[in-house]
Write a protein that binds this ligand. Structure first.
Ligand code: PGA
Length: 260
């Protein structure tokens, strides 16, 4: 009922020429491996400066890839130097936008309230926000794994209409880029807690259709063990999304044998 989503967050990597090369290789690798876009949705999240080139390529070649951006402004337009509006992203055929990635929370002071404003701005422009939540190593020690992500998601989704389409990514901060992923049991436990909180705040139907991703050191070798958990509907992949062969292998997870 929920189509799995494999999302590649490139972060600040690859200029527009490198982006074209990667997307071409990724699309061909997916096609060669018999990828079925109806069974598994694949999306790429390049830097802003690559979006136009990637969008043109996807449209011209009819690649079965969705496009997303890594951030957006909570505002429409105006004196916000360096920011990019949801309207501009929509005009480039972006379908998704990441909001509240832990790197933005840590390095750009994004609070839960700002993340909420950005999620609402995304929805206003018909973009699906990929709302990132997750505990730091210190949070984990103090509060366990679920409390902080659950509190973050509740604030991030305040005022979101009941018919909205959102994606939530659970990314423990200590697992990002560390090579040390959460266990599939922990990912399942936190995603189940997130879904329960979303159901309480927005109704069971909203919670049932919302896709919950796990992120943090996802690779082709561990994806199947996450995807076999009932509340994990996909992955937000950082480092491994920069290697088209590896990223395509992650998107082929239904063909993997579970290692757990
Ligand atoms: P990683 O990053 O896959 O490199 O751990 C995940 C993310 O930050 O979204």
């Amino acid at each position: 009922m929920r189509t799995p989503l494999i999302a590649g967050n490139w972060k600040m990597n690859l200029d527009h020429l490198q982006a074209i090369a990667l997307v071409q290789k990724l699309a061909w690798t997916l096609q060669d491996s018999g990828h079925d876009p109806k069974a598994v949705e694949v999306a790429v999240f390049p830097p802003f400066t690559d979006l136009r080139s990637v969008q043109t390529l996807i449209a011209a070649e009819r690649f079965e890839l969705a496009l997303g951006a890594q951030d957006l402004s909570p505002y429409e337009s105006g004196a916000y130097t360096g920011d990019v509006s949801g309207a501009f992203l929509k005009a480039l055929a972006a379908a998704y936008v990441i909001v509240g990635h832990s790197e933005r929370r840590a390095m750009h002071g994004e609070t839960d309230e700002i993340v909420n404003a950005k999620a609402l701005a995304a929805l206003k422009h018909d973009l699906v926000p990929v709302v990132c939540v997750g505990e730091t190593a210190e949070d984990l020690e103090r509060h366990g794994s679920s409390a902080v992500p659950v509190a973050q998601v509740r604030t991030a989704l305040l005022g979101v209409p009941d018919d909205a389409d959102v994606v939530v990514a659970y990314e423990p901060v200590w697992a990002i880029g560390s090579g040390r992923a959460a266990t599939p049991d922990t990912a399942q436990e936190v995603c189940a807690a997130l879904r329960a909180a979303i159901a309480e705040d927005h109704g069971q139907a909203f919670a049932d259709r919302t896709r919950l991703l796990y992120g943090g050191s996802v690779k082709s070798g561990n994806i199947a063990s996450f995807m076999h958990r009932p509340d994990v509907d996909g992955a937000l992949v950082g480092g491994a999304s920069l290697d088209p062969g590896e990223f395509a292998a992650i998107a082929r997870f239904p063909k993997h044998v579970s290692i757990d």
